[in-house]
Design a protein around this ligand. Sequence first.
Ligand code: AQP
Length: 333
Amino acid sequence: MIQDKKVSFSGVQPSGNLSIGNYLGAIRNFSAFSEQYKCFYCVVDAHAITVRQVPADLRRRTYETLSLYMACGLDPEKNTLYVQSHVPAHAELAWALNCFTMFGELSRMTQFKDKSAKHSDNINAGLFTYPVLMAADILLYQTDVVPVGIDQKQHVELCRDIATRFNNVFPDTFTIPEPIIPKTGMKIMSLVEPTKKMSKSDENTNAVVYILDDRDTIIRKFKRAVTDSDTCVRYAEGKDGINNLMNIYATFTGKTHEEIEREFDGKGYGEFKLAVGEVCADAMQPVQQKFAAYMSDKAYLESVMKKGAEEASYYARKTLSKVHKKLGFVSLR
Ligand code: AQP
């Protein structure tokens, strides 16, 4: 609890142009917590370097991700918005937590398996211990809830295990967090390989709809989305492409699968795909306009980063000092 409020924490990596997966699975849900919770939303640049990044791109995307947070409705006066590398306590707590995390646990993480297969030339220790840094991100703020897409559920569960293990040795150190997974939009799939998650770092840009894609590009990508040889818009096993498009349409419109099936009864896939593209483009337009305004004011963005880093550091240092004291580190006053 901070100031009698429960705490919400989440983050997004500036590892590519943000996708509608990041938007529907995570960012658009963040602002729902702003009134009732003390919210920390972080641009997790330290996580991004587990995969090689072009430094200039990483720097630009850090500003862009912060701008997107605000364009999606996060008010920096009501939420602590900051950049992970500006708060060194994240890396410091991660070290301590590494010593409470088992090799076997990290070996079982599906994201590690996927990313090490994808980046077989660079299976670095950071990629392996990524979930420990994520646990530190969360536990530093005595977080109660973590709004994330379902792909991150396994990491939040590991975070809970690490915190519980630490608390068993040193009672009352960490709050045990709960993942909050949205009912719809929890896993948006690739438009080209709909059995695979839509990822911002996918090399095939047709597989991903980016938040900042223009209207024509969004509609073109949906028109080309892989479907099946059936012609009927219905949610069913084996219809991964259509199921994904129905989920995207449902998440943007709030309609159920049954309502969507009725709406497109007797209509072909072409008409349905166009409708999905249009609702997505309509939803992205105001976000894009606000994004452009924020990006044109770098000084303002830096002032938000600075204020956020100061606020976050204040709470992070409190937890870190508690941890160091419990571990037996000597503190100098
Ligand atoms: N396809 C998705 N559907 C629903 N939610 C998603 N998220 C990511 N992809 C989808 C959610 O977005 C938040 C931020 O994710 P991240 O940047 O920390 O990393 P990620 O989960 O690894 O996302 P990407 O897009 O796949 O990034 P890359 O390509 O760099 O690995 C998280 O809450 C995540 O669940």
